[in-house]
Design a binder for this molecule. Structure first.
Ligand SMILES: *[C@@H]1O[C@H](CO)[C@@H](O)[C@H](O)[C@H]1NC(C)=O
Ligand SMILES: *[C@@H]1O[C@H](CO)[C@@H](O)[C@H](O)[C@H]1NC(C)=O
Ligand SMILES: *[C@@H]1O[C@H](CO)[C@@H](O)[C@H](O)[C@H]1NC(C)=O
Ligand SMILES: *[C@@H]1O[C@H](CO)[C@@H](O)[C@H](O)[C@H]1NC(C)=O
Length: 581
């Protein structure tokens, strides 16, 4: 299959004024007719031997299947195309030139002065054509019947060679085809064709589209549940505390005994099993957290007692005086007083934090059923980018910082990501990389390639090669205008694709505003509220919050007068509402 064709016009005149080039466009037209699937590259260069050689070599090295040149084949001093071609090819194919010459001679004896060369370098076929449009038309007709066949002969076994080559060079096997034609740089739109979308509208779209994400559950060990959304409620199967426990260091007594002297029957530390029941007039020395003996219903703190008698060696207390008459249940945590059995510990939709996770552990649960997060892949695009792990920076390259930044940003918000590497700005490679990413993930976050440059290919590739639906392609915000959101069906599943601008600041801001929101919505969490800078008013003399009704994305606004002094009750929703102001 012919994937790439290059048309090089060699002419000082056309180089100065591209509009004078008529033979190049004619050849491009022929090539496009013959190979509608191929990318057609066109180029105009002056009659400089070294330059011609370099361009020919570059095209051959980048696996171009066919290079057609026009111009520079005559006898003028600067005509050097055949010489440059000979310097590049490894095998000459003289009969092509002979056929061209024979045919041309029928039209004009001047054809004797044309020195066209044809030959092969690696897997690339190169053919020189004369410079005039008329000659190009006549000569192309001569070679037309053999071009395809010649290329497929050259391509014998190349598929494998090529994909090995590509995978070594770019990390992606590239047997992919793209419907995006990048040859017509001059025809690209100069104004973005995508309508500008307001931020509030963009959020509405995200909430709606991501809201359809199919809910699924995961059973996960408790310590991996931080920040995750509970999918099934947990109910306490045991009371907390599981026994009557002392709150103080002191003496467990019977409240009916009142004040006065007691015999110290025994002593109990935390963790000791309960002893035989107390009798009236007895008490038990007890530490915080220890179980009360049966019969005891209160604890008297050690400060409210006096030693009356002890063993001679001072090791055992025999009698103490209770100075203050105790009340029933004084300083006792009764069974189930913290968490009665059957209490709902966490409910569906709760987002787990440290205290809740401690409580769940305390109640004996090891795993929690939580909502599954989507799998997220990150892909960077740009010919200039190198993995940060590569030691040596190649010329005109930079290390990709975006992927690392986005990965950590998403992790900060509780989402792990899959690194899909760096892809070069070519439609075929983009198709390959996106396919691979969509195979591995539900959501793809790309940076770069969304703006107005001729190599900004993400949108065209998504639309033409993946049949994607573009939900928005431009946002009413700066930075981040070209931020893109699309969905497509891939292997029967809906996939969500976010294109962020390549500028690291834009990428950060847009990831936070757009991607994090989207992931939260499909993870079953409310969209993040907008944070306001300034002081929080959770529990200080504070401004009064007034919620402005409207799109749910708006954070409540603070009205300016500050007289409110009451604290909102410490429920989580009130606390978070307060925190917004
Ligand atoms: C491709 O090359 C192999 C030898 O490497 C040869 O046996 C085979 O016939 C060739 N195929 C075509 C279509 O020319
Ligand atoms: C716990 O204390 C309560 C109230 O004093 C009492 O009714 C109950 O029997 C005690 N339970 C145990 C196991 O001692
Ligand atoms: C819960 O966690 C334990 C320990 O990690 C594991 O052995 C068990 O299989 C898990 N139970 C379920 C239902 O996943
Ligand atoms: C960020 O990514 C974009 C696109 O991938 C790229 O153009 C830009 O150079 C990157 N910047 C850095 C600092 O990595």
């Amino acid at each position: 299959m012919v994937k790439a064709v290059a048309i090089i016009t060699v002419s000082d005149t056309c180089y100065k004024d591209h509009s004078k080039d008529t033979s190049g466009p004619k050849l491009a037209e022929f090539a496009r007719e013959m190979f509608p699937e191929a990318n057609i590259h066109t180029l105009i260069i002056p009659d400089e031997k070294e330059l011609i050689e370099r361009e020919l070599r570059d095209y051959c090295d980048s696996n171009t299947d066919l290079v057609l040149t026009t111009g520079g084949t005559g006898l003028a001093y600067r005509d050097v195309t055949p010489e440059a071609t000979k310097a590049v090819i490894q095998k000459e194919v003289p009969a092509i030139s002979i056929a061209i010459a024979t045919e041309s001679l029928k039209k004009t004896p001047m054809a004797m002065l044309s020195r066209s060369v044809a030959g092969v370098r690696d897997k690339t076929l190169i053919i020189n054509f004369p410079g005039s449009k008329k000659a190009v038309i006549e000569c192309f007709e001569v070679v037309r019947p053999v071009i395809s066949h010649a290329i497929s002969l050259l391509q014998n076994d190349t598929q494998e060679v090529r994909s090995i080559h590509d995978s070594l060079q770019f990390g992606h096997t590239c047997t992919h085809h793209s419907n995006v034609d990048i040859s017509k740089v001059a025809l690209r739109p100069r104004v973005s064709p995508y309508p500008m979308v307001e931020m509030s509208e963009a959020w509405r779209i995200i909430d709606e589209v991501m809201g359809k994400w199919p809910e699924h559950f995961e059973i996960v060990p408790l310590d991996q549940c931080l920040g995750r959304v509970v999918a099934q409620p947990l109910t306490a199967m045991e009371p907390m505390p599981p026994f009557n426990a002392s709150v103080k260091d002191g003496y467990a007594c019977m409240s009916l005994d009142g004040a006065g002297v007691r015999r110290v029957r025994t002593s109990l530390m935390a963790g000791d099993p309960p002893t035989t029941p107390l009798m009236p007039g007895e008490c038990a020395r007890i530490n915080t957290g220890a179980p009360l003996p049966a019969g005891a219903d209160c604890v008297v703190q050690v400060e409210d007692t006096k030693l009356v008698s002890a063993s001679d060696d001072g090791k055992v207390e025999l009698e103490v005086e209770i100075l203050v008459a105790p009340k029933k249940h004084q300083d006792v945590r009764l069974i189930g007083s913290d968490i009665p059995m059957g209490t709902v510990l966490v409910k569906k939709g709760d987002i787990l934090d440290a205290p809740q996770m401690g409580m769940i552990a305390g109640a004996g649960f090891q795993n929690v059923t939580i909502r599954g997060n989507p799998k997220v892949a990150i892909l960077s695009t740009g010919n200039e980018l190198q993995e940060p792990s590569e030691k040596k920076l190649r010329p005109a390259h930079i290390r990709d910082s975006n992927k690392t930044m986005l990965k950590i940003l998403l992790r900060e918000h509780g989402f792990e990501t899959i690194d899909c590497g760096i892809v070069r700005d070519s439609p075929e490679q983009l198709v390959a990389a996106i396919s691979e990413a969509l195979r591995r993930a539900d959501v793809l976050v790309c940076t770069g390639g969304v703006s107005m440059g001729e190599r900004d290919l993400l949108k065209p590739v998504l639309l033409k090669d993946f049949g994607a639906t573009l939900h928005f392609g431009r946002l009413q915000m700066k930075p981040g205008k070209p931020t893109t959101f699309a969905t497509c069906l891939y292997e029967g599943k809906t996939k969500y694709i976010f294109g962020l601008p390549g500028n690291p600041v834009s990428a950060y801001v847009c990831c936070l505003l757009v991607v994090v929101r989207a992931l939260r919505v499909c993870g079953g969490r409310a969209a993040p509220r907008r944070r306001r800078r300034g002081r929080a008013c959770a529990c200080a003399p504070a401004r009064r919050c007034r919620s402005t009704r409207g799109p749910s994305t708006r954070a409540p606004r603070c009205a300016s007068p500050p007289p409110a002094t009451t604290c909102p009750p410490r429920t989580s929703s009130a606390a978070s509402a307060a925190a917004d102001c």
